[in-house]
Write a protein that binds this ligand. Structure first.
Ligand code: CA
Ligand code: CA
Ligand code: ZN
Length: 685
């Protein structure tokens, strides 16, 4: 055991030392890398830069030569910043920036799957927050686990149902602590729900490898159901509709593992804000879950309706009595929460009273959209649900207002971004949990792009991910276990108490505040270095937006045949790269293409780049009129670029074809991808 640990440590020290010693921290960019077609920029702290090079690694061949532009003084860090733009470099490979007079950056990839593993890891952060069960994961060769915890949740003494236990087991721990707060669950589940609604096709190409705690559900929704199962237990047992504000111990415990935290935990007094968030979350959940589980969807909706009508008949803002508790308060006025609840009830049921309730509340404020939002301000979620709704009878004035306000605010972000040396979409704003707020802005930007498509909004979402993964004053990733020089000492009890050197992976830390330069990577510094479900949900959304689109085949072909231009991506290097992720029970389909493409019709060659061992690859080939013309299966592939050749019974005729590739791995969901190729039989190459 000791020996194994030593070997891993040695390997990782070696890797770390190699990268740290060769990289210059004044060259700051997204250490996860870039999609082939995305904006690609670095910020360089220097008095003067002219030419810069992007070089391949290994090999150091010059892939791109550019001229940096002078941004000038970046006001919140007081640094002289130069911008290196290499957007036009789109050949998948590994690279680093070479800036004469400054140095060389860390290395980074360009390919269309650069965010898959981070999405996987950040989303699985929620699984690792699970309460009431044992959890375990392996990351970079280290195992992170805890035993089943908080199995006595919770005592009812503070809510008037006797000094006894009623089941409130489950859900997620909130943050670096182990308590469970309904209000903070609200913005978390809401943003995660939008990520599913907006990106579910892309999300489902990634195997999240979660335990099967919800039969028939996609993994992503299994995780959301873990939280809603708990949420349902937060309603008062008298069926009044009131919902407890939180489940909490009296005072925060020390840095111990959750299963060692045996202090009595209590249901806390109800609040109207928590009750409204409960309504919104469960009504939204009923929509998300219905295709997979009608019965449970009804359970969620009925619970939501019961509490909604209670709130409707009790319009006063009711704060919870938390006087016995010194844990997180999450006190908030309820008008925004009630608006979100009304929007979700209307969207789930079409109820006209709920619709009028929503419209009345929406019209109370001329600003339909808040520039930033978090657990205390969830109005945007209700507005976006209403805007996205396909129900008839929507109020067109409210819809126009939502649209105009969203676009105006998205344009503000673009302006802030362009006025900041690190292209930070919130400019020089800093407060507690700011990294989460920066990430959450991606939802407003994505909505703006749906309303009025603009490359500026897409670039701004890219800039968010860039900023959080290295394009910042610190030249560091803000997410544990991912990217370059990530946080090592987050304010997170399991990370502090487990005796494993690196912290638990996939957690976004709160970030610098009150100044750009205030972040301290120290466990004690909870005001800048804690982790929390609401921040991670926002990052799940931002990464979900950046996952590469599944290529959509063009529906029709007219006129001239495609030109047989060979693109540089056709250069195949059959290297097999073993990465630390190999240790995991994890499969990823990085890339697949036909080469050459266009191709002759006598032999179709596929290149399939995977991470992790694959049991079986199956490829089906179709004409564009959906006639299946062939199928091929191969078994047992290791990580790396694998070739599969398909020889048709007779030559394929000229035209456009598509294929569906499926990746099988024991106990895992099937990963599917669609692609297309062109056959030109007289092709000369
Ligand atoms: Ca509120
Ligand atoms: Ca640790
Ligand atoms: Zn727990």
């Amino acid at each position: 055991m000791l020996k194994k640990f030593f070997v891993f440590s040695f390997l990782f020290c070696f890797l770390l030392v190699t990268s740290v010693f060769s990289a210059n921290s004044d060259i700051r960019l997204n250490s996860l890398g870039f999609l082939t077609n995305s904006k690609k920029e670095a910020s360089i702290k220097a008095t003067s830069v002219s030419t810069f090079y992007v070089r391949t690694t290994p090999g150091a061949a010059i892939a791109y030569t550019g001229t940096a532009t002078n941004f000038g003084n970046n006001s919140d860090t007081g640094e002289q910043i130069w911008i290196a733009d290499f957007t036009s470099l789109s050949i998948p490979d590994n690279y680093y920036l070479d800036v004469p007079g400054v140095g060389q950056s860390f290395s980074f990839p360009i390919n269309d799957n650069v965010y898959d593993f981070s999405f996987y890891t950040v989303f699985r952060g929620f699984y690792l927050w699970r309460c009431g069960t044992a959890v375990s994961t392996t990351h970079n060769g280290y195992t992170f686990s805890h035993g089943a915890c908080h199995l006595n949740d919770a005592n009812q003494n503070y809510i008037g149902f006797g000094n006894n236990i009623r089941n409130a087991i489950g859900g997620w721990h909130d943050a670096g602590d182990y308590n469970k707060y309904v209000v903070n669950a609200g913005v978390t589940v809401g943003v995660l729900g939008f990520a599913w609604l907006h990106f579910k096709d892309k999300i489902q190409t990634i195997n999240l490898n979660l335990p099967n705690t919800a039969n028939g559900y996609p993994d992503y929704l299994k995780e959301l159901k873990w939280e809603t199962d708990w949420l349902l237990k937060m309603a008062y047992p008298d069926n009044s509709g009131k919902v407890s504000h939180k489940v909490s111990e009296l005072n925060f415990c020390g840095f111990i593992m959750p299963e060692q935290n045996t202090a009595t935990r209590y249901f806390v007094d109800w609040s109207s804000a928590a009750t409204a968030d409960y309504v919104a979350m469960l009504a939204m959940a009923s929509r998300l879950f219905r295709p997979y589980d009608e019965t449970y969807a009804d359970t969620c909706l009925n619970a939501a309706l019961n509490s909604y009508w209670f709130l409707y008949n009790n319009p006063t803002d009711k704060a919870p009595d938390q006087s016995a508790f010194s844990t997180g308060t999450y006190n908030t006025s309820d008008s925004d929460d009630r608006l979100w609840a009304a929007a979700e009830i209307w969207e789930a049921t079409g109820n006209t009273t709920a619709h009028q309730d929503f419209i009345t509340r929406a019209n109370m404020d001329s600003n339909k959209i808040d520039e930033t939002f978090d657990w205390d301000k969830v109005k945007n979620l209700g507005m976006f649900t209403y805007y996205m709704s396909t129900r008839t009878g929507k109020d067109s004035l409210v819809i126009d207002d939502i649209k105009n306000d969203t676009i105006a605010i998205a344009n503000n972000y673009v302006n802030y971004m362009n006025s900041h040396g690190y292209r930070r979409v919130l400019g020089t704003k800093y407060w507690w949990g700011i990294n989460g707020t920066v990430a959450r802005v991606s939802l407003t930007l994505y909505m703006a792009n749906l309303m009025s498509p603009s490359q500026n909004y897409i670039n701004a979402i890219q800039a968010i991910v860039d900023h959080l993964f290295g394009r910042n004053y610190y030249c560091r990733s803000m997410v544990t276990g991912l990217g370059y020089n990530p946080p090592m000492y987050p304010h997170h009890r399991p990370s502090g108490a487990d005796g494993v050197a690196p912290p638990w992976p996939g957690y976004l830390i709160g970030g610098p505040q009150p100044y750009a330069t205030s972040w301290v990577d120290s466990q004690d510094n909870y005001t800048t270095n804690e982790v929390a479900i609401n921040w991670n949900a926002a990052l799940v959304y931002a990464l979900g937006a950046m996952l590469n689109q599944i290529p959509t085949p063009t529906p029709t072909i007219t006129g001239t045949p495609p030109t047989a231009t060979m693109t540089p991506t056709l250069t195949i290097t059959p290297t097999i790269t073993l990465t630390p992720t190999e240790i995991m029970n994890y499969v990823r389909l990085n890339d697949v293409f036909v080469y050459p493409n266009p191709t002759k019709g006598n032999k179709i060659k596929f290149l399939i780049d995977t991470t992790g061992f694959v049991d079986k690859i199956k490829i089906r080939i179709f004409t564009y009129s959906d006639r299946k013309i062939g199928e091929i299966e191969k078994e047992n592939f290791y990580s790396g670029k694998n070739k599969i050749e398909y020889t048709p019974d007779k030559n394929l005729s000229n035209g456009l074809y598509y294929y569906i590739i499926e990746i099988y791995r024991k106990n895992n969901d099937i990963i599917r991808k669609i692609g297309a190729f062109v056959v030109i039989n007289n092709l000369i190459y």
